[in-house]
Design a protein around this ligand. Sequence first.
Ligand code: AMP
Length: 423
Amino acid sequence: MNKDQLKKGLTAIKGTRDILPEEAQLWQIVEAMAKSIFELYAYRELRAPVIEPTELFEKGTGASSDIVTKEMYTFNDKGGRSVTLRPEYTPSVVRAIIEHRLDLQGFPLRFYYIGPMFRYDRPQKGRYRQFHQIDVEVFGEKDPAVDAEIVEMAHRLLNKLGVGNVMTLVNSVGCKSCRPTYGQALRKVALESLDKLCPDCQRKAELNPLRIFDCKLETCQKTASTFPLITDFLCAECREHFEKFLSYLDFYGISYKIEPTLVRGLDYYTKTAFEIVTGDLGSQNAICGGGRYDDMVKEFGGPELCGIGFAMGLERLLSVAKISPARKNFVYFAYMGEEAKKESLRVARYLRSKGIECLVEFKDRGLKAHFSRANKIGANWVLIIGEDELSQGKLQIKDMVTSKQHQGTAEELARILTDKRSQ
Ligand code: AMP
């Protein structure tokens, strides 16, 4: 293998990407903000594995959904079991609830998780094969107030991240008792319009006509815009739930648009479905999608437990969030000579015990070279230890932003640094 081939073979897989340290800092900020907001609403983190049995998604996400039919990373493991890299998180949480009987433990069934998902879709800006989601799920709350609360929580996070130009699209996709009637009406018109649908949607017309609304082709979207709407078929219970959900959104002052063709790409939704879009993204404008799934736990063999949740795409969130890394105390050590090196290690050890970030590099450098290195790596403090400092037992520290110098013992300097940090 020549050098070029080797290089080619060693790039990241199409649709996946490295998040390098500078960007990862921003990810950490968003993740920390999300966690702190979710915990304000009594959510707790639940971490499930990245690989799951394939049936989990076939059953949960839905055998006729685009995700299951086209986009899953599925393979047989060495034991011959079919496993899948999770394309979404909800089925994993449902599995974990049933497996650990979390419903019997008495604490609020409110969970969040942040991590990678995998979908074999055509990569483009804002759409990756490995992408990351912030996921939130609540179980056992039938009241539409929780549907609105979860939307309000999503908005709180978006607000805190400075995401502007947002719009909330809402719909009700009905339930087991009203959706079949709608499905029949939809199937009838879809079968009558087969010649105006793509081959994929022609297949869906018989199998699951609701999925035609997910098609990204303009011709199919145009045809689907003439189809009957779910909102005209809702049963009394679903209609009342939807109206109350909307009234709670009004209560929170969240503006929304009713979008009767919003059915979301997953098969399990019942009643509430919603999406938050932003005009600041390009064609992939959905930043958050969610809804209610009142039958999934039962269908998986668990107890009667309704659920609702949302997922936010982290890549998309980061591309529109207005955040910058916080200025940290980062001390670079400029030392000259062996004895000063040892003193640097001692002082760095002490400062780290006080929570201050220190970098001692093991290279012989003169003072000038030390300063240009500190500048290059963005250190905001340079701690100088040379012969004079050693003989006087005092250290010098220079603020790289103001150029102000301070002198003192390690303890005195630690105090200056921690005071600055809290400003
Ligand atoms: P979904 O699970 O399809 O409802 O997606 C929830 C959110 O995840 C979307 O609103 C997007 O922000 C994000 N998302 C979904 N698929 C991708 C993808 N392939 N690449 C990047 N983000 C995605």
